[in-house]
Design a binder for this molecule. Structure first.
Ligand code: PGA
Length: 252
């Protein structure tokens, strides 16, 4: 059975003290929740990852990285390898976020290499993808999403999919306050599941968690999460406030 997931992508926010406060506040907010088959994830900045891992220990919060380099080690100034992440207890990595694609030139081809590195290292990835506003306006959003998945993920074998979480994030809804309607999210998630089934099989498609990302907040989370193919959310802005993040966790 696929898992429900609420993941907070902190992006370039929170210094050391803010990281400590936010993790402790989220811990307190969720300590009495029964989180059966539900994962709570936060992705702090690299510099605060190890302290976040230590702070989250013994709680239901999992700490993941926001990115990873594809090479094992070497002359890649400013980059972070899988071994470095594993050495501090990280088991999962967000890849392909639209901000990485837009501001840092990450392409589907590069992301395919990063996904391979994730799998070679027995890590998991929360893999982000989604169309631009112009793609949706020109009714090209299904094609764009299909080609992103094809180019970055469909070279994998069926067995690899136990290490893949999908995060559909329409770029026009990220940080804009604009959200895909629950119906638009469901329509796209069902499409994604259908192409995964076509490429692999029903078991892979049924078991992969597909998160929705893009301005999820306490006020809209419950309705979005109620859709059958929406298995949770990747949350940006609303993950920076413990009360909002925990309200979203409660919504699931
Ligand atoms: P947002 O960000 O919730 O602030 O729109 C989502 C994301 O970028 O993952």
């Amino acid at each position: 059975m696929r898992q429900k997931i609420v993941a907070g992508n902190w992006k370039m926010n929170n210094d050391k003290q803010e990281t400590k406060t936010l993790i402790e506040d989220v811990k307190t907010e969720i300590e009495n929740l029964s989180l059966e088959n539900t994962r709570v994830i936060v992705a702090p900045s690299f510099v605060n990852l190890e302290s976040a891992v230590n702070l989250a220990e013994g709680s239901s919060i999992e700490v993941v990285a926001q990115n990873m380099h594809q090479a094992k080690s070497g002359a890649y100034t400013g980059e972070i390898s899988a071994d470095m992440l594993k050495s501090i207890g990280i088991k999962s990595v967000i890849l392909g976020h639209s901000e990485r694609r837009t501001y840092f030139g990450e392409t589907d081809e590069l992301l395919a290499e990063k996904v391979n590195a994730v799998l070679e290292n027995d890590l998991e990835t929360i893999f982000c993808f989604g169309e631009l506003l112009e793609d949706r306006k020109s009714d090209n959003h299904f094609n764009v999403v299909e080609s992103q998945l094809k180019n970055a993920l469909f070279h994998l074998e069926a067995k690899d999919w136990s290490s893949i979480v999908l995060a559909y994030e329409p770029v026009w809804a990220i940080g804009t306050g604009e959200t895909a309607s629950p119906e638009q999210a469901q329509e796209m998630h069902a499409f994604i599941r259908s192409i995964v089934e076509k490429q692999y099989n029903k078991e892979v498609a049924d078991n992969v968690s597909i998160l929705y990302g893009g301005s999820v907040k306490p006020a809209n989370a419950e309705e979005i999460f109620s859709k059958p193919d929406v298995d949770g959310g990747l949350i940006g802005g609303a993950a920076l406030k413990a009360s909002d993040f925990s309200a979203i966790i409660k919504a699931i």
